[in-house]
Design a protein around this ligand. Sequence first.
Ligand code: HSE
Length: 404
Amino acid sequence: MVNIAVLGYGTVGSGVVEVIRTNPDSINKKAGQEINVKYVLDLRDFPGDPVEKILVHDFDIILNDPEVRIVVEVMGGVEPAYTFVKKSLLAGKSVCTSNKELVAKHGPELLEIARDQNINFLFEASVGGGIPIIRPLNSSLTADEILEITGILNGTTNYILSKMTSEGAEFDDVLKKAQELGYAERNPEADVEGFDACRKIAILSSLAFGDHVDFEDIYTEGITKITAVDIAYAKQMRQAIKLLASSKREGEHYYAMVAPFLVPPTHPLYAVNDVFNAIFVKGNVLGDVMFYGSGAGKLPTASAVVSDVVDATKHLERNIMSFWSSKKLELTKVDEATRRFFVRTKGYLENKLSEVEDLFGEITPVSAQGVDGEFGFITPLMTEEAFHKQYQKLSDPLNRIRLL
Ligand code: HSE
């Protein structure tokens, strides 16, 4: 029997306990021994909940108990999670976490401690909820040089954009629903401003490219400026607006960014809706592969955490190698990336065509049904730098969205 302790009895923590209690036989069989939840740590009390009997408020009880071999950290946030995780690893306990903030910030250090201790620091649930992506990057895709990872990595924003598109729903109402369903972060700014997706693409890029991608270096834009009118234009163009988190390698250059994009129906990410996430990966020998599934929520995320607990149990005294060094990967500025942009501006095309073409060159006009007093257009291929320089000079700009 292996004893584990769960730090945090919130959405994911209660999900972890539920998953272990739902599928004990198959989980224990796959782990090779019984997995027993010996402690749950939380500041709160849960009167009437079966977890009451194993609830503790003091982390030191867990740290000082040699019977606890695996610690599950599902508290979220950097502190006190970082302190608890580091102490656990230094005490020879493997750690499984869903905490993307912790992994993005301290991943290389915690992996190194686990390596030195011959134990494991596993974080499958930190990206893509229930979708296996960390383990595939560490094992199944090792024959390839990864050239690109482009993902819909935030369930809340994908849910919001999908409902705004399919039901014409209002941003605030859908966000509230996403919070009720347990998808959104405690502070939903992390979702809607793109910070959550930014940390997740930093983790994936670090694993894919082998060196540390600092999330603070990644250009990040959220979805708060996307309006119902933008969505009307997108529909007219038969495209979908998606918050994409992307990193690419082009020769010696590495790019990473998070921003809303117009995605054409020919791209596999176009059809990824609601809370689903998907991660599109391009390898130099494999070509394209896509991972798709439930990107947030209690049980999908808990399923990924428990899969790590099973793996940690199977490798109690053996470190599973991963490829994420602490050497910083220098990203090339997104200014140099080239793409087309969709732009909306006040006025009428016939009056502003020469202004627009002077700024951007030959454009493709776009109109949307029922939208008056403004028009849209698509620019030719331009660098980000050139586009933003010209966009600043445009009279009465309304919005701009990148094309994939
Ligand atoms: N708030 C996150 C999301 C939870 O919406 O995707 C999963 O990391």
